[in-house]
Write a protein that binds this ligand. Structure first.
Ligand SMILES: [Zn+2]
Length: 129
């Protein structure tokens, strides 16, 4: 996440985007300067299972379908038992809805020009939260 945060901060420093209202600038800067990795998975029994498979020989791969055998050694695969984190899943949701990842509808209705969040989901430990 740190390289992504650094890229975001470069754009922020150049004025390519801004925070509204600007009283949240310090919070945004705190988040980006103290970035932490975030799990994409959780150990829950509900949700979208992670489409990553492993065989007994240790081959690991992601697949769109449920494979019957390992593409490298033909052994029976096992799917990762974890599910995608709620926030990660939420970020992926618009892609199948708009037949993404790059379609005119997705560009129009989910351009990313405006991102809205609220202090009720803040978990950074920032004094502003
Ligand atoms: Zn294998």
């Amino acid at each position: 996440m740190k390289p992504l945060a650094e890229t975001v901060m470069q754009g922020y420093a150049k004025g390519e985007f801004h925070i509204v209202p600007d009283r949240w600038n310090a919070t945004f800067e705190h988040w980006m300067n103290n970035i932490r990795d975030w799990n994409i998975s959780r150990q829950l029994w509900w949700g979208h299972r992670i489409p990553v498979f492993t065989c007994a020989n240790g081959h690991v791969w992601a697949d769109r379908e449920d494979p019957e055998k390992c593409p490298k050694c033909a052994r029976t695969p096992t799917q990762d038992p974890d599910v995608l984190d709620t926030w990660f899943r939420r970020g992926c949701g618009p892609l199948p809805t708009f037949a993404g990842p790059k379609t005119p509808d997705l560009e129009r209705f989910l351009s990313g020009h405006t991102l809205v969040t609220g202090p009720d989901i803040c978990s950074s430990g920032s004094p502003a939260c």
